[in-house]
Design a protein around this ligand. Structure first.
Ligand code: BQF
Length: 282
């Protein structure tokens, strides 16, 4: 029987803490920290994510603005918008919702955001800072995972940590943060041979591959901590993670559900980054 790592509950508590800090910020500076989100096109999942972020801002008293642009917006137009927001002292955080339409080069866009306002921490400067450990912001999903581990008293120090997936947004920074936490880290990916031989050794397994119920009970060690970053649809169209939650539940020591695990934490860490950005910009 595993402990359920309840990201929804931890998020709710953290949002209360953040709301308190936002209140203090307002009392001190006479205005709220502010986040601007740009969404290009109509991708339904992105629309949901942006709405989640907007609701979370409202919950905590952070001022949010959503800029909705049509799918055929040109790269130049988008770069111009970012330049405006970079120069607007009433905007503390800028986030461009990914993925962008194919005709826009994501890297160009992300790197145009001022590093001080880059609350996703996807730009080169913030990515570099993650490597050296001298960071102001961490990418929201890996930061959310670390916060969950902390709040459940799980330390990566000296543990075998296995990360499935090597994306710039989750897998790579996740590995880095576990390393900073003194874990012994293995990163597995689509070209990894004998995946199970790695996952079975994991004390802490973090899956970020985007394949529904891919991680089965026979792939994990008895007593493992299993963190599921995946957001997929199963055969019945229901939201599910990368991990076969029911199958792994009895074998794991602790496990995150989907929904209600890492997802809400991702949004909560964005709030935290926005507050940090606002404080740094005083
Ligand atoms: C939950 C995201 C993949 C690609 C781009 C709560 C979110 C999700 C799930 C959410 C995600 C995933 C976000 C739950 C933001 C997390 O209850 O389980 C919140 O809104 N997320 C994103 O902005 O871009 C993504 C996943």
């Amino acid at each position: 029987m595993a402990t359920v790592i309840d990201g929804k509950a931890v998020s709710a508590k953290m949002r209360e803490e953040i709301a308190e800090e936002v209140k203090e910020f307002v009392e001190k500076h006479g205005r709220a920290p502010s986040l601007t989100v740009i969404i290009v096109g109509e991708d339904p999942a992105s629309q949901v994510y942006v709405r989640n972020k907007e609701k979370a801002c409202i919950q905590t008293g952070i001022r949010s603005e959503i800029i909705r642009l049509p799918a055929d917006t040109g790269e130049e137009e988008l770069l111009c918008r970012i330049d405006e927001l970079n120069g607007d002292e009433n905007v503390n955080g800028i986030l461009v919702q990914l993925p962008l339409p194919d005709h826009i080069d994501e890297k160009n866009i992300i790197c145009r955001i001022s590093p001080k306002k880059d609350v996703d921490a996807f730009g080169y400067e913030n990515v570099g800072r993650i490597m050296t450990g001298e960071y102001d912001f961490l990418p929201c999903t890996p930061a959310g995972v670390m916060e969950l581990l902390r709040r459940y008293g799980i330390s990566p120090a000296g543990k075998e940590c296995v990360v499935l997936g090597r994306s710039n947004i989750v897998g790579k920074p996740m590995a880095m943060l576990l390393m900073h936490g003194n874990g012994t880290v293995t990163v597995c990916h689509s070209k990894t041979k004998d995946l199970s031989s790695h996952t079975k050794r994991a004390d802490i397994l973090v899956s970020a591959i985007g394949r529904a119920k891919f991680v089965k009970a026979d792939m994990i060690k008895e007593g493992a901590v299993v963190i599921d970053v995946g957001i997929n649809r199963d055969e019945d169209g229901r939201l599910c993670g990368d991990v076969d939650y029911e199958g792994c539940f009895d074998k794991a020591a602790a496990i995150t559900p989907v929904p209600g695990g890492v997802g809400p934490m991702t949004v909560t860490m964005l709030l935290k980054n926005t507050l940090t950005a606002a404080k740094k910009q005083i």
